[in-house]
Design a protein around this ligand. Structure first.
Ligand SMILES: Cc1cc2nc3c(=O)[nH]c(=O)nc-3n(C[C@H](O)[C@H](O)[C@H](O)COP(=O)(O)O)c2cc1C
Length: 421
């Protein structure tokens, strides 16, 4: 490519399945010192906010959420949507899974930035889908709200919502034609909530699970003390983050780095439907290929004990590559971090919407792990896997659990001329 044809390629700051970037951001705010109250869309192409509605309409979101307490105090509410076709044209119905993988991955960035600004947040997954979609002016089928997040606290109480008129923004078509993969609208409708009162009832009975007791003696992790953690601003880490597929297979990563990544990425997050401090819905399973002082093998992460437990020792690089959809980087990486969730109790407590929650939760933890890897000078990449084979591979302890997400990480190999990617 010569300099005349060279153009700018825009990337998003968060990774996403196949770089299909199907997520959009909207903000609903009261009057802010430098922004008038309204509903705004964030346009990634020119980094601007466009007002879709004027006035303080946060009350409409609060109502649709069944009065989620933190939303009512938030000066700004973020709404994330997915335009399914932008992923589905490549991945067909599996795009529905990617929807929540990518949502969680992006939310990891958002929560990390908010934390560095000391801005309280709460993820809200309980809301009347149609009510929020109507407020944003999206149709709920081709583009639908997938998550809300309260940003900040101490905002003035939002006014009681007036009736919401319909709006329709002109949207540039993504392609000349669109295929509807029926499973996507079906799954989305089956996990939708109809009203604020349904949303309030939905979060009434959160799951507090008891992780299985240890079967083997724990191996204590030794995370770096706070004083030794890298001090780079989160914005720099986010901008430097990318997906790493080349790993230095000759040099193991240190046990301290491994410990720090595991320990730091499992700190919980506030959500309307989760009990603060409760164990996550998933269990963390690890394929350890090359960590200093650690036998290669399969391990279970005992987050609350800041420990891991050996399941099976051995060299599982070949199996790691196969499980990760026959992609070599999983064999080369130092660690593969799998997130598996026993969906039966999740669905019992949360109904079909528990599926959205389980995917987002695991993806958010994994997104954090990815950022933390970069903070420590390592690399990581999310991956597709052969779902059911993952459960078999980590069984017996994983029997009955379902694959939610995997991120592999390790020391980066310097790219040499001729590397593919
Ligand atoms: C949930 C998820 C799954 C992914 N799966 C794969 C994969 O199976 N193979 C792969 O090479 N990259 C995978 N990626 C990486 C994406 O291709 C990558 O995020 C995207 O191309 C953007 O590049 P960047 O992460 O370097 O910004 C995955 C990313 C995410 C978030």
């Amino acid at each position: 490519m010569n300099s005349q044809t060279r153009g700018v390629v825009e990337f998003r700051t968060a990774g996403g399945t196949g770089a299909r970037y199907h997520l959009e951001l909207y903000f609903v705010c009261g009057d802010l010192p430098d922004l008038a109250a309204g509903v705004y869309h964030y346009a990634t192409d020119d980094h601007s906010l466009r007002q879709l509605r004027g006035g303080d309409l946060r009350g409409a979101v609060v109502e649709a959420s069944g009065n989620a307490p933190r939303l009512a105090q938030a000066p700004v509410i973020l709404a994330m949507t997915s335009t399914f076709w932008r992923n589905a044209w490549r991945y067909k119905a599996r795009a529905y899974r990617h929807t929540y993988w990518d949502t969680g991955t992006s939310l990891a960035n958002l929560l990390a930035v908010a934390a560095s600004l000391e801005l309280p947040t709460e993820l809200v997954l309980g809301y009347a889908d149609a009510g929020i979609n109507a407020l944003l002016g999206v149709d709920g089928e081709s583009e639908a709200t997938v998550a809300l997040c309260a940003l900040g606290s101490g905002g003035s109480a939002p006014p009681v919502p007036a009736s919401i008129s319909s709006i329709a923004h002109p949207i540039a078509p993504v392609s000349s034609a669109e295929v509807i993969f029926d499973d996507i609208p079906r799954m989305h409708a089956a996990s939708s909530l109809a009203s604020g009162s349904e949303a309030a009832a939905w979060r009434q009975n959160p799951l507090v699970r008891t992780p299985k007791p240890s079967a083997r003696p724990p191996i204590r992790l030794t995370p770096l003390p706070d004083a030794n953690l890298p001090s780079a601003p989160i914005e720099d880490i986010i901008l430097a983050r990318r997906s790493t597929r080349n790993y230095d297979t000759q040099t193991p990563i240190s046990f301290e780095a491994f410990s720090t990544l595991l320990d730091r990425s499992v700190r919980g997050f506030a959500a309307d439907c989760l009990v603060p401090g409760a164990p996550p819905l998933h269990d963390g399973y690890l394929i350890v290929n090359a960590v200093e002082g650690l036998e290669p093998g399969l391990y279970l992460h005992r987050a609350s004990e800041v420990a891991i437990e050996l399941i099976r020792s051995g060299d599982f690089r070949a199996q790691a590559a196969h499980l990760a959809f026959d992609q070599q980087y999983a064999a080369d990486a130092h660690v593969n971090s799998y997130y598996l969730t026993d969906l039966a109790p999740v669905l019992e407590h949360y109904g079909n919407r528990g599926y959205r929650l389980a995917q987002v939760e695991a993806a958010l933890y994994a997104g954090r792990l990815h950022l933390a890897a970069h903070a420590l000078g390592l690399g990581a990449v999310g991956s597709t896997s052969f779902d059911d084979e993952v459960t078999d591979f980590f069984s017996p302890p994983a029997a009955g659990a379902s694959f939610m997400f995997v991120t592999v990480f390790g020391g980066r190999r310097r790219r040499t001329h001729g590397d593919a990617g």
